[in-house]
Ligand binder design. Structure first.
Ligand SMILES: *Cc1c(COP(=O)(O)O)cnc(C)c1O
Length: 242
């Protein structure tokens, strides 16, 4: 059949885009339902919880369907990767908020301040100094979460629990707007006690923002007070292992 050869290439990409859109719309609805459920349990409004779609390792064709489905808050963990992807995507769809959720090297502070709307990895005095300087130079104040090494894990980023008050003080002196605390609990352990501890630390410091919870545990995190959940796999499917 000759018509297939002619219109096949025309309809195939459209159908792929359509099915990708419905798949991602279904995943988004599922995660949103989980957020609603967890918020409802604890008498909170689902709108108190910001869903950050973590798009690291995924390229524009995977991200576009989520934007088309109406989602506007995204997260990346590498400055360079985000610089390569997001300026073009943002041009296409203004109004996207971009969060940096990974470790940040001090020499990338200026790049991060230029590109991101929120930074979740403030975890040491040298970075507070670099971010403060970068914000002064750019005349742009970016809300930051102080990342806490909540499980006291040697290999992990984050500020030691005992050093959090001093880091908060430094951040304040550098005129960095601190949005709250952030953590990634130890892998393969029940996360709830770590979420509860981070929530208590935030309360004790008079901070309202809590960035905690990922694909496997965001409902638990919300029940314990999360205001920002960082969800990748449950929205995009698996990432290629590194
Ligand atoms: C990758 C990443 C996430 C998302 O993890 P998923 O399990 O895919 O939802 C959340 N937070 C940080 C800091 C990450 O690096």
């Amino acid at each position: 059949m000759r018509w297939r050869a002619v219109i096949g290439p025309l309809i195939a990409p459209a159908m792929t885009a359509q099915s990708e859109l419905s798949q991602v719309t279904a995943r988004l609805a599922e995660v949103q339902a989980g957020i609603d459920r967890a918020a409802g349990f604890t008498g909170r409004a689902a709108s108190d919880v910001t869903l950050i779609a973590i798009s690291k390792t995924h390229e524009a064709p995977a991200i576009m369907p989520l934007i088309a489905a109406g989602h506007r808050v995204f997260g990346e963990n590498r400055v360079q990767e985000a610089q390569a992807k997001w300026p073009a995507l943002r041009e296409e769809m203004p109004g996207v908020a971009l969060h940096l959720v990974g470790q940040l090297q001090s020499n990338k502070a200026a790049d991060a301040v230029a590109l991101f709307d929120v930074i979740h990895g403030l975890d040491r005095p040298s970075l507070a100094a670099a971010l403060g300087k970068a914000m002064d130079a750019a005349d742009r104040r970016i809300p930051c979460f102080v990342q806490v090494n909540i499980g006291a894990e040697e290999q992990k980023g984050g500020c030691a629990i005992a050093e959090v008050p001093a880091l908060l003080k430094l951040a304040k002196e550098a005129d960095i707007p601190v949005a709250g605390l952030m953590c990634v609990p130890p892998a393969d352990l029940e996360p709830a006690p770590y979420f509860a501890l981070l929530a208590k630390m935030a309360r004790d410091s008079g901070l309202t923002g809590l960035s905690m919870g990922m694909s496997g545990d965001y409902e638990t995190a919300i029940m314990l007070g999360a205001t920002h959940v960082r969800v990748g796999t449950a929205l995009f499917g698996g990432r290629p292992s590194l």
